[in-house]
Design a protein around this ligand. Structure first.
Ligand SMILES: Nc1ncnc2c1ncn2[C@@H]1O[C@H](COP(=O)(O)OP(=O)(O)OP(=O)(O)O)[C@@H](O)[C@H]1O
Ligand SMILES: O=P(O)(O)OC[C@H]1O[C@](O)(CO)[C@@H](O)[C@@H]1O
Ligand SMILES: [Mg+2]
Length: 332
């Protein structure tokens, strides 16, 4: 097959995620395999505006599969949200002969790609990379598995000291708008309670009663997981003190969740999705995003992808609540 594009660029944008490097490696090597030259665009869309471009080849991508962070750096670019910013980016594409862009990032990155392609006609494909797993069109985003495991490891350590001191711990997990990470980690660590932005909170029902149920069952330490998007975990801790008399300790896991060597799953997803993204450009397609649905790799039009809505997995939420003793007993 003769590729529809001869030279493309790859960039990472928005918050970084473990596996972004593996995706870059895959995009560069898949390009070479398909007879396409792939340049690295540094610092997200800012690099496209300023012409911060570097050549990438087989050797430069060696060893990237297991490295955390992104060697291309990432950024949140306000200038790219303006017509003038995107015009400068289009001039960079002309200068370097870039006919297509692979953007690895979250929903904001997809919006940027879409605006750019609509305004300047450059072919674009998005690859989902964010620890939040909050991109509606895909069941999985690169970085999520590693972030879940990083958070879990930290929480397991916390549990040891909480158990020794018979304390209550409030742990804030990342997720500005989404509770996927908090919910998954909450289930996996056997949390006493989990608070996520997708669910309206009744403090008595969702926090106090589960703590009480655990105490009645003989437990003397409690783990409350709070998604960042719910609000201040310090406020949650103060409220627990007010309602129960316990004196919780707060841990904000923060950006540690975005670092580290990617898990096997993230390396695999990054590798497949990176390859698929280049294949789409080679086939002359544009405005696409690669995704996973029902365990299979698919792709969508970006408009369609951005119009989709993603809720939390209700089944997981139901199981969580049943296991922490927060659900009504079922008559079965
Ligand atoms: N409407 C838009 N038009 C042009 N560019 C946009 C638009 N929305 C976002 N972008 C660009 O995409 C960048 C990344 O978006 P954002 O900061 O929302 O992160 P993200 O890709 O959603 O990742 P994450 O949420 O995981 O950090 C923005 O900094 C901006 O440069
Ligand atoms: O790098 P920043 O701007 O602190 O981003 C923090 C945000 O990034 C995310 O981790 C997504 O990458 C959110 O969960 C979090 O709110
Ligand atoms: Mg986002």
């Amino acid at each position: 097959m003769k590729s529809a594009v001869k030279r493309i660029g790859v960039l990472t944008s928005g918050g970084d995620a473990p596996g972004m490097n593996a995706a870059i490696r895959s995009v560069v090597r898949a390009s070479m395999h398909m007879g396409i030259e792939c340049l690295g665009i540094r610092r997200g869309f800012n690099g496209l505006i300023t012409g911060d471009i570097t050549s990438m080849d087989f050797v430069q991508t060696s060893g990237l599969i297991g490295r955390g962070g992104t060697v291309l750096y990432t950024a949140r670019s306000e200038e790219f949200k303006t017509d003038e910013g995107r015009k400068k980016a289009a001039n960079t594409c002309k200068l370097f002969g870039l006919e297509g862009i692979v953007g690895i990032g979250g929903d904001g990155t997809y919006r940027g790609l879409l605006e750019f392609s609509n305004q300047e006609g450059v072919a674009v494909v998005g690859v989902p990379g964010t620890i939040d797993n909050d991109i509606a069109c895909t069941e999985y985003t690169i970085g999520y598995d590693t972030a879940c495991n990083t958070a879990l490891e930290a929480i397991d350590r916390l549990k040891d000291t909480m158990q020794s001191h018979e304390r209550c711990s409030v742990v804030e997990v990342m997720g500005r708008h989404a509770g996927h990470l908090a919910l998954y980690v909450g289930v996996a660590c056997g949390a006493t309670a989990v608070l996520i932005p997708e669910k309206k909170i009744d403090f008595e029902r969702d926090v106090v009663e589960p703590i009480r149920a655990a105490r009645l069952a003989g437990r003397t330490h409690f783990m409350v997981i709070v998604a960042e998007g719910v609000g201040s975990s310090y406020d949650v801790a103060a409220k627990i003190k007010e309602y129960t008399g316990l004196d919780p300790r707060v841990t904000v896991l923060g950006h540690v969740q975005r670092g580290g060597s990617p898990s096997a799953r993230d390396r695999m997803e990054a590798t497949y999705m990176g390859y698929n993204a280049v294949e789409l450009l080679a086939q002359g397609k544009t405005n696409r995003v690669v995704a996973m649905q029902k365990g299979a790799y698919v792709d969508y039009d970006i408009n369609e992808a951005l119009a989709m809505k993603k809720g939390i997995d209700e089944r997981v939420y139901t199981v969580l609540r049943a296991l922490i003793g927060a659900e009504d007993k079922l008559n079965i």
